[in-house]
Design a protein around this ligand. Structure first.
Ligand SMILES: O=C(O)CCC(=O)C(=O)O
Length: 213
């Protein structure tokens, strides 16, 4: 058992789902992350960004870290300052980095060193269409994805768009690590079903830690 009250008290089980993809059920203490997100959102609020094609995204996004992922008419990219307030994004808290590193290590990715975390807020009916995370410079480092609140189905495709995805149920406190060959896999999130969660109400939050620079 992890001797650390940042994490759930039970022995975290790790499931290898396919090459490079590992699921750690109830690996994090959700309240701790949720409270931190709420604090950070006071500085850099959740906002619906614009796609390069001019559509407003339905999922609300904010960031934490040295840089933050951003999208507008100029394209997808990482920015050191939040365009909403022209200030740096809220820094990654030490406990967040520690949890992300421990998850990566458990999944066999040593020396994980995330410098940013993209935070998504899903409301009922929101979905994330198939995409690759490819605006980062270092693909040798995995993505560490943490889920809070309402459950969702994460869909993992392969390196080409299409085909039948692997459906993975992500619950409150679960951590999914995808790296190695899966780092370039397309992935999506199915439409969030209407429900109510004691921590997040009608919402789901997802944090993806990345090495962007
Ligand atoms: O919400 C999730 O579980 C995945 C989020 C994701 O794929 C992304 O932010 O790129």
């Amino acid at each position: 058992m992890m001797q650390n009250d940042l994490f759930s008290k039970s022995e975290p089980k790790i499931e290898a789902l396919c090459d490079g993809v590992y699921l750690l059920r109830q690996f994090i203490e959700p309240e701790l992350f949720y409270n931190q997100i709420m604090k950070m959102a006071k500085i850099s609020p959740f906002r619906r960004m614009m796609t390069p094609g001019g559509k407003i995204m339905n999922i609300a996004i904010t960031n934490s870290g040295d840089v933050g992922w951003y999208s507008d008419r100029k394209g997808y990219r990482y920015l050191p300052l939040d365009p909403l307030n022209a200030k740096p994004w809220p820094p990654l808290a030490d406990f967040m980095i520690k949890a992300a590193k421990q998850a990566a290590q458990k999944a066999g990715f040593k020396n994980y060193n995330p410098d940013t975390c993209l935070i998504n807020c899903y409301q009922t009916g929101d979905r994330l269409t198939p995409h690759q995370d490819k605006n980062e410079q270092d693909f040798s480092q995995p993505i560490v994805s943490m889920s809070l609140g309402l459950s969702a189905i994460f869909q993992l495709y392969e390196e080409v768009r299409g085909g039948k995805p692997k459906n993975i149920l992500l619950d409150n406190g679960d951590v999914l690590v995808f790296g190695g060959p899966a780092r370039r896999y397309f992935h999506a999130v199915k439409k969030l079903e209407k429900d109510n969660h004691t921590l997040t109400g009608s919402k789901r939050y997802n944090l993806t830690f990345r090495k962007a620079l």
